[in-house]
Design a protein around this ligand. Structure first.
Ligand code: UDP
Ligand code: MG
Length: 149
């Protein structure tokens, strides 16, 4: 089954939205297979966001993502990467559709609450930054057959 990495960014933790956001992802049917609370340092932020190092927003992004605790999770499901991207909504939260996480809870591109990997290979690279293989659990839920045919 496909895996993706999500981060609930410091704004999500500070605003008390961790439960609401994780709840929506559980309701969607995605399976949490790893979960941790941590504070990123500049080195980890640099590795996670290495593709953006030359962007004008990079410095502000690293300062934001390291500003407080975050929640990192591995989610699993059919097309988990694309399902998460559409569930998160547009990067620019001010343009994100209502019904998406960003569209319901955020208004600003620089405070958009959540990260989700953008492709399956990126997901594997990002998961390895936050989790040891032994921290990612494989388990069945009793209702799995009612979520995935
Ligand atoms: N970002 C920003 N300003 C921008 C573009 C991006 O602050 O103009 C931040 C924002 O937090 C975004 C992150 O950089 O989530 C990574 O950008 P990306 O294009 O990968 O968006 P995402 O994949 O998170 O939707
Ligand atoms: Mg991205």
């Amino acid at each position: 089954m496909e895996q993706t990495l999500i981060l609930l960014k410091p704004d999500a933790v500070q605003r008390g939205l961790v439960g609401a956001i994780l709840g929506r992802l559980e309701q969607r049917g995605l399976k949490i297979t790893a979960l941790r609370l941590l504070q990123m340092d500049a080195a980890l932020a640099g590795r996670h966001y290495e593709a953006h190092v030359d962007k004008p927003f990079y410095k502000g992004l690293v300062s934001f993502i390291t500003a407080g605790p975050i929640v990192a999770a591995v989610l699993e499901g059919p097309n988990a990467v694309a399902v998460m991207r559409s569930t998160m909504g547009d990067t620019n939260a001010g343009k994100a559709a209502p019904g998406t996480i960003r569209g319901d809870f955020a208004v600003d591109i620089g405070r958009n609450l959540i990260h989700g990997s953008d492709a399956p290979d990126t997901a594997q690279r990002e998961i390895a930054l936050f989790f040891e293989p032994s921290q990612i659990l494989s388990y069945a839920r009793a209702n799995d057959p009612w979520i995935v045919e």
